[in-house]
Design a protein around this ligand. Structure first.
Ligand SMILES: Cc1ncc(COP(=O)(O)O)c(C=O)c1O
Length: 436
């Protein structure tokens, strides 16, 4: 019988009972369920790094704004699909003050999380041009976006950006755009799962090619402001959150409130459509929509049948947070800096014990410390490593489900790990190293 930090026999039994072929290939939710059961059976706590959920309380300003709106009775009324006017105004101010871009309030829409923003865009963008049927993902990426394509029956192509950083990105992107089949391209920045951040040069390449080939860029800012190497939290003062919007006018931004405001439960995000795209007419849309104008078709042809708008009270919660952020009475990144502090310590514990960081640089700079990091162990692939780590009380997910080609890579999320667990993490990693 092996001696491992978590009882070897119980872990083996629970894996067997779960019916999973392998922990290493299980989905995030399957891993969560298995670990919940092992924790219950052993009364021991895991270092839980599998789920990308906020580990902080929601921003109080948002909760207060939302309660006030509920008390005023907004729950009884259907919200306008295009959003509460004051919220649209604050979103427009927010992107000006924190990104230094000009977007009319008409193009600033609340959505039921960024998740719905993506779904709505995938629906519409695949209908802009009859001859273009493919979304391009710059991977690694968020697996649910691909699931959304599958349920919609939409085509996508993807490549792992690992080997195409810097100028190499141009040729790679162009090879897809040249086919004439790509209507849009999507990436997250900072990136889930790898936490790489595109440089200004890379954003410029993406923007220039988007304009040249008339491809819409969807920039997923689920981790807005969270590249902590720079302070993006001062409204109206550089540096600003990097964005492709400085290099093309053919873009849609998804700004989630889930992570930066710890507001995941209320399912509210922002979709920001460039002025140019909002007003462009695409004749092929008329087959499905009442108008060929992009913005009109998005609001009255797409968001309307999806959910008839976004929760009324959640819009007021977001409004309160944005107003405070825009008026500089609330610092948007102060509370989430904690994720970066934890990542710095955790990455060192891993690398001190023989592990390696997989996506380790942004061209010539070490990667930022933030919500996620990626790691591997020499001589093991991701599946073997995940299977083994369970016995050491450490849970995470494989990069394989994210479109990464790094078959050895694991994604770790820092959010739920407590500083008080660092001692356990260190002991477990030390034992892992000596056992392997
Ligand atoms: C890259 C990325 N995009 C989108 C989302 C979904 O965001 P929301 O909670 O606003 O729907 C997430 C959430 O984890 C994410 O990581």
């Amino acid at each position: 019988m092996k001696s491992t930090p978590i009882d070897y026999q119980i872990v083996t039994e629970k894996i067997k009972a779960s019916g999973l072929k392998s922990v290493g290939t299980a989905s995030i939710r399957e891993i969560k369920k298995l670990i919940d059961e092992i924790e219950k059976a052993t009364a021991q706590k895991f270092i839980r790094m599998e789920m990308g959920i906020p580990g902080l309380p929601p921003e109080k300003i948002g909760v207060a704004g939302q309660i006030e709106a509920l008390q005023k009775g907004v729950a009884a009324k259907y919200p306008d699909i295009q959003g509460v006017p004051e919220l649209k105004e604050e979103i427009s101010r927010f992107v000006k003050l924190y990104m230094d871009i000009e977007v009319d309030k008409e193009g600033c829409l609340p959505t039921v999380g960024s998740m719905q923003g993506g779904f709505a865009c995938f629906l519409m963008l695949s209908r802009l041009f009859n001859e273009r049927d493919t979304t391009l993902f710059i991977d690694p990426g968020f697996p649910v976006h691909k699931q959304q394509h599958r349920v919609l029956g939409r085509k996508f192509a993807s490549f792992d950006v690992y080997n195409y950083r810097g100028e190499k990105l141009r040729e790679k992107l162009e090879s897809y755009f040249k086919t004439g089949k790509i209507h849009s391209v999507l990436y997250s920045n900072p990136n889930n799962p790898s936490w790489i951040c595109f440089t200004e040069d890379e954003l410029k390449i993406i923007g220039e090619l988007a304009t040249q080939y008339n491809v819409v860029v969807m920039e997923d800012l689920a981790y807005f402001g969270m590249d902590f190497r720079k302070d993006y939290s001062k409204p109206g003062i550089p540096p600003f959150q990097p964005t492709v919007a400085r290099y093309t006018d053919n873009y849609i931004l998804f700004i989630s409130s889930s992570k930066v405001f710890s507001y995941a439960g209320e399912r509210i995000g922002m979709m920001v459509i460039s002025n140019k795209l909002f007003n462009t007419r695409f004749e092929d849309l008329l087959e499905y929509y009442p108008s060929s104008q992009f913005g009109y078709a998005m609001i009255f042809g797409t968001l309307y049948p999806l959910s008839s708008g976004t929760s009324h009270s959640a819009q007021y919660g977001l409004l309160a947070m944005l107003k405070a952020a825009n008026n500089n009475t609330f610092n948007i990144t102060k509370s989430v800096l904690n994720y970066g502090d934890k990542a710095r310590v955790m990455k060192k514990l891993f690398t001190d014990n023989g592990f390696e960081i997989v996506y380790d640089t942004d061209i010539d700079q070490p990667i930022a410390d933030g919500f996620y990091f990626t790691f591997s162990y020499p001589g093991m692939n991701a599946e073997q490593l995940l299977n083994e780590l369970v016995y050491y009380g450490i849970s995470a997910i494989s990069l394989l489900i994210t479109g990464s080609e790094r078959t050895e890579g694991i994604r770790a999320c820092t959010s739920l790990v407590q500083v008080s667990q660092f001692g356990d993490l260190e002991q477990r990693l030390k034992q892992f190293k000596s056992d392997h």
